[in-house]
Design a protein around this ligand. Sequence first.
Ligand SMILES: [Zn+2]
Ligand SMILES: [Zn+2]
Length: 285
Amino acid sequence: MLSKKRTGIFLPYFQGQRLSDFPQALINILDKENVHYYDGVYQLANATNYVQPVIEDMLSKVHSKSMIDLVEGTGYFEAASYSAGGTVQAAEQIRLGNIDNAFIFTGFGDHHAGRSYFGGMCYFNGAAVAIAALTEKGGTRFAIVDTDSHHGDGTRDIFGQDKEVLHICFCSQNHCDGNNNVDVRVPHGINDKGYLRRVRQAFVPRVSTFNPELIFWEFGYDATLGEYGDKGLTKDCHVEIARIIKSTADTVCRSRLVTILCGGSRRDLATYIIPKIITLMAEQE
Ligand SMILES: [Zn+2]
Ligand SMILES: [Zn+2]
């Protein structure tokens, strides 16, 4: 019999308007018995666990000491540590078998943070730190799929030479090399059908062949119509992308999927798209 997925929701501390409807917008989701909520700020009755900030020892497995020091000087160190911490904690909970998949709300992150630089409101690369933590515990092969509108330059900087990490990025350039790095160009004004075709063609067969133990999804909605990275996607396109990625994770790696919130600014889009993605992740196969 098919069972529902145990889905972790990690909602750490964050600033700004875009997520100000959360966690209220998840109210019907948080009640589900297969949803595990990790709270950062709001002391909700159904928050049984709390998001922990990532420790500096772990950050330094990925980022240079000088960069970590620079982030400390920005005033965003604490918020960035919680954002990356949620991702590290989610991956560990999946490794331990306590949850199958997870959605991480980040205030700051993820894919523009490289080994020794940060930018574009990404201070630490949570997926990279989580992979470093899992690798220490014997993990080997990981896939990162990036559907934010922009190129995941920080992630590529960290894993560009690492054949054990498959990085598939939907952005503005075409690239493919022998170290399992793939960029798929998404032209401006593409429609949902064209985008989803690219995801099916470039992501599904590669990740199936690669056979990772866990998939990280750098999910941004900034390619939506009217957003700052507008590529012409409708808001429903992200839900369809989620459907493809989730079903691939179900088939390839026992549903192990960590979805990390990246770019996007509009509050109405966040409130529409994110609950739909989490609902889908928590459904049965
Ligand atoms: Zn972006
Ligand atoms: Zn790219």
